[in-house]
Design a protein around this ligand. Structure first.
Ligand code: UTP
Length: 283
């Protein structure tokens, strides 16, 4: 009997266990995902994007020293009591609505063995269904109506047996910072992936199409990750696991519409801050 695939994505996984060493010393006690762009932590931007895409459950993979994440997505009775009825109340409205209306579940990655391993750690929160993944340090903003994840969940409804990765054209000299794909064009902005490599040197890169931190994954990925050996940097790479599925014709790469900032790097973080400052100043 053929397995019937559920084609609505309702859960979003946020791998947030990494050490964020590029931001030391601030990341010694503050999770990278809690660094603010203006007044909102990076992870809240990701959660808002997941909500817009129709996700009701946020599954967060954390690690040691990340408790601020759980406190942020919770009530803060004393603070709320203090500001209720004052002009400051409005500043808490967005996060209060999120906490009141959506489910947050957590699990800890005990050893930081890579993004693939972090996703596998989240299996307990996801179960046997397709799901979205957002890396909150890749901060995306849509320039037209749909957010990046919404564009991808819509696409998934059309291709419900495929995994989808978001891609962006990058300068050729930067390929060694990303997973890079090769593929055949399926429709406008959409490739069927034939090869993918983690952080190839420019001379080895199959293209300049880099995977960024948005994925739609089918639950099949969990078993594949379990069979994936550590790759680049000794980490279990999601790119290596996806390559196994790509060889079976099961991975699509989508060139999204919108902007994206690599907030895992200082340069990208400063650019994001300036971008959002300009944006709110013009509102
Ligand atoms: P990065 O490699 O960008 O994050 O991983 P990092 O290791 O925290 O940062 P640096 O390089 O030391 O500055 C991409 C994403 O995968 C998560 C990170 O939290 C980040 O969101 N991740 C990575 C995990 O959750 N677990 C891991 O073992 C590795």
């Amino acid at each position: 009997m053929e397995m019937k695939l559920k084609n609505k994505i309702t859960k979003c996984l946020f791998p947030a266990a990494g050490y964020g060493t590029r931001f030391l010393p601030v990341t010694k006690a503050i999770p990278k995902e809690m660094l603010p762009v203006l007044t909102k932590p990076l992870l809240q931007y990701g959660v808002e994007e997941a909500i817009k895409a129709g996700c009701g459950t946020m599954a967060i993979v954390t690690g040691r020293g990340k408790r601020a994440i759980e406190d942020h997505f919770d009530r803060s009775y004393e603070l709320e009591n203090q500001i209720d009825g004052t002009s400051k109340e409005i500043l808490m409205q967005g996060i209060r609505d999120i906490v009141a209306n959506y489910t947050f579940s957590y699990t800890r990655q005990v050893e930081m063995k890579g993004l693939g391993h972090a996703i596998l750690t989240g299996q307990i929160l996801i179960g046997d269904e397709p799901f979205a993944v957002i890396l909150a340090d890749d901060l995306c903003d849509n320039v037209h109506n749909d957010t990046v994840l919404t564009q991808m969940t819509k696409l998934y409804e059309k291709y419900p047996d495929k995994c989808i990765v978001a891609i962006e054209e990058i300068p050729e000299e930067d390929t060694n910072k990303y997973g890079v794909i090769a593929g055949t064009l399926l429709e406008e902005n959409l490739y069927s992936v034939t090869n993918m490599l983690e952080k190839p040197e420019p001379q080895d890169a199959p293209s300049n199409l880099a995977i960024i931190g948005r994925y739609i994954l089918t639950p099949e990925i969990f078993d594949v990750i379990k069979d994936t050996k550590p790759g680049k940097g000794g980490e279990i790479q999601i790119t290596d696991a996806l390559l196994t599925l790509a060889k079976q014709g099961k991975v699509l790469a989508y060139k999204f519409d919108g902007v994206r900032f690599d907030c895992g790097s200082i340069d990208g973080f400063v650019k994001a801050t300036n971008y959002f400052y300009e944006k709110v100043s013009n509102e």
